[in-house]
Design a protein around this ligand. Structure first.
Ligand code: SF4
Ligand code: SF4
Length: 313
């Protein structure tokens, strides 16, 4: 082992300790190279129109696959996972309307971005003149592919990143830096013969194992799609009015999920007892107050109303 290898190893360990200190649950490292395996998959996914009307997915094809085109001098991609699995869920009766668990509390972009800034500052303080950029769902970065490459988990048949220790209810973030670090290896796939997510998806969005048709997914229909939800999905969106957790809830690896420790992600008290009627009668004023810092603002009041009407009318 050379001196340079030892330094890369020590720096990688230090960075993982800093990540742990800041509350990240998992941290892994990859070399900032071209994502060879992902390129044909992304190309096929776009060609088949699986991105629906998410036109932005067609942009920056090369940058998506090569972080060196995104961050000058990039040497390593540090992938981070932040748990959002809640201890307490919204009412889950047949009549109750549902939102994805990631959207229960304050928008994760705010929470994680602050942490990422601290992360880079701490690395600079403890290691030296390191430069880089932080990303959380905000630029053309193949987050799941990098997390898989860094050995944090595998991409399951439902297209989520799954960890062996704690399932898949995690936000993924990255720091792309100009520092050589010892990389971690990719993890094997532990889906085996299981098909629970495919069988449970109510809109048949998992059209083939490992291939989610984004344009059929309830998350797309209730958040990304800005026009009317096609009538053909009537009765299939199962009371979900913002996102969908079905393919994660049924995944056997999520029996290992542990409740998060982030107070910003707790359900607001007012939401805990929300019944279908409360969603139906929600005024714009209440929406603004209850969802002030929530990811639901992404759908806007009109979008949420559209989704509620779609499942209740
Ligand atoms: S999130 Fe829901 S709709 Fe989308 S693939 Fe999973 S089960 Fe299907
Ligand atoms: S439900 Fe089964 S097939 Fe689907 S992601 Fe989980 S382990 Fe893989």
């Amino acid at each position: 082992m050379t001196v340079s290898d030892i330094i890369q190893q020590e720096n990688a360990l230090r960075i993982k300790e800093i990540a742990r200190d800041l509350g990240f649950d998992f941290c892994g490292i990859s070399r900032a190279d071209f994502l060879e395996e992902e390129a044909p998959r992304l190309e096929k996914w776009l060609r088949l129109g699986r991105h629906g009307k998410m036109q932005y997915m067609e942009n920056h094809f090369d940058k998506r696959l090569d972080p060196r085109l995104l961050v000058e001098g990039a040497k390593s991609v540090v992938s981070l996972l932040y748990n959002y699995y809640p201890e307490e869920t919204l009412p889950e009766g047949d009549e109750d309307l549902k939102i994805a668990k990631y959207a229960y509390g304050v928008d994760y972009h705010f929470v994680i971005k602050d942490k990422l800034k601290d992360f880079l500052s701490r690395i600079q303080e403890e290691i030296g003149a390191v430069d880089g950029r932080c990303f959380v769902d905000s630029a053309p970065v193949m987050e799941k592919a990098w997390a898989k490459q860094a050995g944090l988990g595998w991409i399951g048949k439902n297209s989520n990143l799954i960890t062996r220790k704690s399932g898949s209810f995690f936000f993924i973030a990255e720091l792309i830096i100009d520092l050589d670090l010892q990389p971690d290896g990719p993890m094997a796939d532990y889906c085996g013969t299981c098909t629970r997510c495919i069988d449970a998806c109510p809109t048949d969005a998992i059209s083939e194992p490992y291939g989610v048709d984004g344009s059929r997914c309830i998350s797309y229909l209730t958040i990304e799609l800005k026009e009317s939800i096609p009538e053909s999905f009537k009765g299939h969106t199962k009371n979900w009015v913002f996102g969908c957790d079905i393919c994660q809830d049924v995944c056997p690896w999520n029996r290992f999920s542990q409740p998060h420790r982030e107070s910003a992600f707790h359900l607001p008290d007012e939401l805990k007892t929300f019944q279908a009627r409360d969603w139906q009668e929600l005024t714009e004023e209440t929406f603004r107050r209850v969802f002030k810092k929530s990811p639901l603002k992404r759908a806007k009041y009109e979008g949420l109303q559209r989704n509620v009407l779609f499942v209740t009318e």
